[in-house]
Design a protein around this ligand. Sequence first.
Ligand code: HEC
Ligand code: HEC
Length: 209
Amino acid sequence: MTLRSAWLAMSLTIVGLAAPGLASAADAARGAKLAYTCHGCHGIPNYKNAYPIYNVPKLGGQHAAYLVVALKAYASQERAHPTMYSHATTMSEQDMQDIAAYLAGQELKPTGKAVGAAPKAAQTCVACHGIDGVGILPEYPNLAGQHEDYIRAALKAYRSGQRKNAVMAGMAAPLTDADIKELARYYSSQRPALCSTNEIRDGGKCKGL
Ligand code: HEC
Ligand code: HEC
């Protein structure tokens, strides 16, 4: 590649990256209105999913960018879940961005400090989810304080292929049930913690944070 064509390719990439920025910035106030149906499950601490039974995930303090990734995965059925499919398929890209900005509230920040000793199986996880359960990139979910049984269910879903994600499929494949139990216990006990959405309704801050 000549220097000139390399420069051209690079500037085209920059233009390509800038293009999504043309969509209007996330509007958390609009997101708050759109999210009222979500509180029925995500706002109730310890609200359970049925068949299999596990706690509905906490979304408060989660990375907004990850929330959008997750909603798109339900819409495309890379994550199979009937309720979340019907919610996600009625949302536009802008709806997802706005709802995510509201639900994230004040995103968790890395502390660099672990609560308790990390299990051996966490050695590979910390590169992305941090030692304290705070994802090092906005697209990597925060796990700190997430429900233990939900983390277990998610890891088993990646391992069985029920959740289709190339990165996590590879990470979950070698895990035993005992590893999954230890990892879920470890990450759910990290602090500051994610919270349920009813806790972020006032002022975007939850008690867990
Ligand atoms: C009937 C209960 C219910 C309602 C209402 C509901 N959800 Fe969910 N949601 C769930 C369950 C259960 C899961 C976990 C599904 C799974 O195992 O993948 C989930 C998962 C999610 C996730 C993925 C979280 C993660 O950590 O990956 C997001 C994001 C989400 N919901 C957003 C929403 C939004 C936004 C709304 C409102 C428009 C909403 N949900 C309404 C039950 C519900
Ligand atoms: C290379 C980066 C990377 C590594 C290493 C990694 N993950 Fe992930 N993890 C991700 C990404 C990206 C997602 C979101 C996948 C999706 O969209 O479903 C994710 C999702 C998850 C989820 C689902 C969270 C939720 O809210 O639904 C759990 C639980 C999880 N990872 C645990 C682990 C564990 C435990 C390990 C170590 C064995 C690990 N991860 C290693 C990047 C990584």
